[in-house]
Design a protein around this ligand. Structure first.
Ligand SMILES: Cc1cc2nc3c(=O)[nH]c(=O)nc-3n(C[C@H](O)[C@H](O)[C@H](O)COP(=O)(O)OP(=O)(O)OC[C@H]3O[C@@H](n4cnc5c(N)ncnc54)[C@H](O)[C@@H]3O)c2cc1C
Length: 296
């Protein structure tokens, strides 16, 4: 694998925002990844960048994006195996086309399988780890570890697997079901997401985690403190969905960060809740992270 120098992460994130990484590599095999990890420590791994806001100053660490053999997908009689670089939409599509039950929760979730495993991506009540039989990850020393859901302790948009471990792929339960019913469920889920969320502008999806009862969903809290539609530079909290912050074209990371910090301050003052970001923030200073409730 060849390292590239001074690569703009804006080109690799869905937000189209973010400064430079000093070194950027695309390992396509396990041995290339193991070498890259031994070569540089720590590194950051990016999937599709659909859940990461990179600061305007960029990051100090090298960044890896998996490709090649990590994009594989294989269909078994009761399972689907997918590499970390395969797309979540491809996985959801494969489950739908092959008539596998209970995969509609993954419809219209942009990203890679690796990012989805790290984030336990999915709907409010079902995450990717609800379907994992086993997943494999590589440690910084290049050792491959096989994990079950019991090892990963999945919770809402989180797992306890060390941030320094790189997911390689997973085998998922995919049990055949009623094809017509499955098709309908996928279409319905997609329609609901596309109608209520924002797919035509760059964003990272839901900015904040839902704080749970008795406060309800994050979007309703953002709305209550008057931040729906708020704009800063090229970034806007969308009118359609108050938990989405869109890049209108020329947003900087500090525009998005400002909207987050202002929302969080108002929510704390007016409702007494500490909002917690669902998106990952890379390359921000500790005081900037504290203002938005982030912890790198
Ligand atoms: C329009 C829109 C709708 C969305 N809807 C949903 C939704 O319904 N449900 C939901 O859960 N999310 C949703 N999201 C967020 C996003 O789709 C998910 O978080 C997805 O899992 C991100 O995958 P990614 O590959 O882009 O991860 P990235 O954004 O690239 O990375 C996210 C995190 O995963 C880590 N990571 C990436 N690859 C690996 C790897 N191979 N090994 C270890 N760590 C890795 C990164 O270091 C980072 O910490 C939405 C986003 C958008 C833009």
């Amino acid at each position: 694998m060849r390292w590239e120098t001074d690569v703009a992460l804006a080109e690799h994130t869905r937000y189209r925002i973010g400064g430079l990484t000093p070194r950027f590599g695309r390992p396509e095999t396990r041995s290339a990844l193991a070498n890259a990890l031994k070569d540089s420590h720590p590194v950051r791994v990016l999937g599709w960048g659909a859940n990461v806001l990179v600061s305007d100053a960029g990051v100090n660490e090298p960044v890896l994006v998996l490709g090649g053999e990590f994009a594989h997908m294989e269909l078994g009689d009761h399972w689907i195996e997918a590499g970390a670089a395969a797309g979540l939409p491809t996985l959801a599509g494969e489950a739908r086309r092959s008539g596998r039950a209970d995969w509609s929760f993954l419809e219209a979730v942009p990203g890679s399988v690796g990012g989805g495993l790290r984030m336990n991506a999915g709907s409010t009540d079902t995450g990717l780890w609800n379907r994992v039989r086993w997943a494999e990850a590589m440690t910084p020393e290049g050792e491959v570890v096989r994990l079950t859901p019991q090892d990963a302790h999945p919770t809402y948009r989180n797992v306890t697997v060390a941030d320094s471990w790189v997911f390689l792929g997973a085998r998922f339960d995919a049990v055949p079901g009623d094809a017509a019913r499955i098709d309908k469920q996928h279409l319905e889920r997609r329609r609901m997401k596309v109608e209520t969320q924002v797919y035509d502008l760059p964003s990272c999806g839901s900015t904040w985690k839902n704080p749970g009862e008795p406060w309800g969903s994050a979007w309703s809290i953002v709305d209550r403190v008057g931040m729906r539609g708020a704009r800063r530079g090229g970034a806007q909290i969308t009118e359609r969905h108050a938990n989405f912050i869109a890049n209108l074209g020329d947003a900087t990371a500090s525009d998005v960060w400002w909207l987050m910090a202002e929302t969080r301050r108002r929510v704390k003052d007016q409702i007494g809740v500490d909002l917690e970001p669902e998106i990952r923030l890379w390359g921000f200073a500790p005081d900037e992270l504290a203002a938005v409730g982030g912890d790198e």
